[in-house]
Design a protein around this ligand. Structure first.
Ligand code: PLP
Length: 425
């Protein structure tokens, strides 16, 4: 899939995007676009996001090229922005939802319930009932108690047994302490499902989020294979779904991860007829697609130490520093009003968030040129576990932050052929 006019039209017509302005950008046009938003729409100086749908499309293309055998189910929890969900739906993604509200918002985009996995191993009963009502018929479990709830409220639901990945070493956010059956628990769980007349169609795992250790997938796929064999030994119907979860990061490392996964599938599931492989990437599609602009609302100088207050912080989008262990970077916006940063001296600077809590400190000892009140600081890679996990503390409402849509492409002029619905800048 390239940036053909046809695909581009599909993006602009995607649910969640249709009817909204999408700014067409040249490859390096993002700062100019941010500048234009500031000068035309942002007298109020609130922080805002730019979602680059061209990046989402390029990542989807990367995924399809490198892991064509693994159908992506985008993990909605990572960033539930409706335009992002809609574009992913238009590109052919399915969805991983963890709650009634997430299922609702995916269905509201016109996505079929057959493209949703309810991938929360421990679900509240009303949410299970809701899934049954709307026809979401695939979920995960890792306890007998969960099986009992599903038997009661959604016995037609197909199940994947979530197993603990043998190795989540290196993941920034390991999940193994909370989810996944241990090797010794697999047989009794499968037997309990048999007794309850529930259908276990496969295996699911998650190696942890933000990981860099490719071998974790290989070990988890090997562990999944032994579960397939256990099921066969217990005389259960042949398992046919392997869910390799999330944990993927965007290029440059993706191709390497993908070949590790492919090699492991070859090694442990060779010639497996009728095997469906699915994955639940969250960070992969969201992280690099969103850039955030924040305004400097306060400043204090203590000799060489420059301190700034911006209007989003640790209780807002930048909670990713605490909750997602993210290492964020930022740069001052260079625009018509501030061409002065080129080659300028930098100072070790502190950047604070807006709330009245000292914990709300975004960066310390960070090299920045001398900035002035109302300058803008721009944070790239702000799409994953940012807006989704921000709060309303002190009245700074993360979910009220506006998102502007852009579409960047190196081959924009070709891609634009025949389109008249875009705003250029
Ligand atoms: C959080 C989560 C994901 C997404 O993880 P990423 O590391 O963002 O790809 C996928 N599946 C499940 C079950 C999750 O809990």
């Amino acid at each position: 899939m390239g940036s053909s006019p046809k695909t581009l039209q599909a993006i602009v017509d995607a649910p969640g995007v249709r009817g909204k302005n999408v700014a067409a950008l040249w490859k390096d046009g993002l700062p100019a676009f941010i500048q234009s938003i500031i000068s035309t729409k942002h007298e109020l100086q609130e922080p805002f996001y730019v979602l680059d749908l061209g990046v989402v499309m390029a990542l989807f293309d990367q995924w399809s090229r490198n892991l064509p055998m693994a159908q992506p189910f985008y993990a909605v929890k990572c960033n539930p922005n409706l335009a992002l969900l809609g574009v992913l739906a238009a590109l052919g993604s399915s969805f991983d939802c963890a709650s009634k509200a997430e299922i609702k918002s995916v269905l509201s985009l016109g996505v079929s319930p057959s493209r949703i996995i309810f991938a929360n191993p421990s679900k509240a009963e009303p949410h299970i009932k809701y899934a049954a009502t709307v026809g979401v018929n695939l979920t995960t479990f890792d306890s007998k108690e969960e099986l009992e709830k599903i038997r009661k409220w959604h016995p037609q639901c197909a199940l994947l047994i979530r197993v603990k990945a043998p190795d989540d070493g290196g993941a920034r956010c390991p999940l193994g302490s909370k989810y996944g059956a241990l090797p010794g628990e697999v047989t009794p769980l499968l037997q309990a499902a048999q007794t309850a007349r529930l259908t276990v169609t496969g295996v699911s795992f998650h190696i942890g989020s933000g990981g860099m250790q490719f071998q974790a997938y290989q070990k988890a796929i090997a562990a999944a294979k032994t579960v397939f064999e256990t099921a066969a030994r217990l005389g259960m119907p042949k398992m046919r779904v392997l869910n390799i979860g999330g944990g993927f990061t965007a290029p440059p490392h993706f191709a390497e991860v993908a070949s590790t996964v492919k090699a492991a599938l070859q090694a442990y599931f060779p010639n497996e007829l009728g095997l469906t492989v699915i994955a639940e990437p969250g960070r992969f599609f969201a992280e690099s697609a969103i850039t955030q602009a924040t305004n400097i609302i306060g400043k204090r100088v203590r000799g060489d130490l420059k301190e700034y207050w911006i209007n989003d912080g640790i209780y807002g989008s930048l909670n990713c520093i605490l909750n997602d262990h993210a290492v964020v970077t930022c740069m001052p916006l260079v625009g018509a009003s501030s061409p002065k940063f080129e080659g300028a001296r930098t100072y070790d600077s502190t950047v604070f968030g807006p709330t009245c809590d000292a914990l709300d400190t975004v960066l310390k000892g960070y090299p920045l040129p001398q900035l002035q009140m109302n300058d803008w600081l721009v944070f790239p890679n702000m799409g994953a576990y940012t807006v989704a996990t921000g709060s309303n503390f002190n009245g700074f409402n993360t979910s009220a932050i506006l998102t502007y849509l852009a579409y960047s492409s190196p081959k924009l002029s070709e891609a634009l052929g025949g389109l008249d619905c875009m705003v250029s800048c």
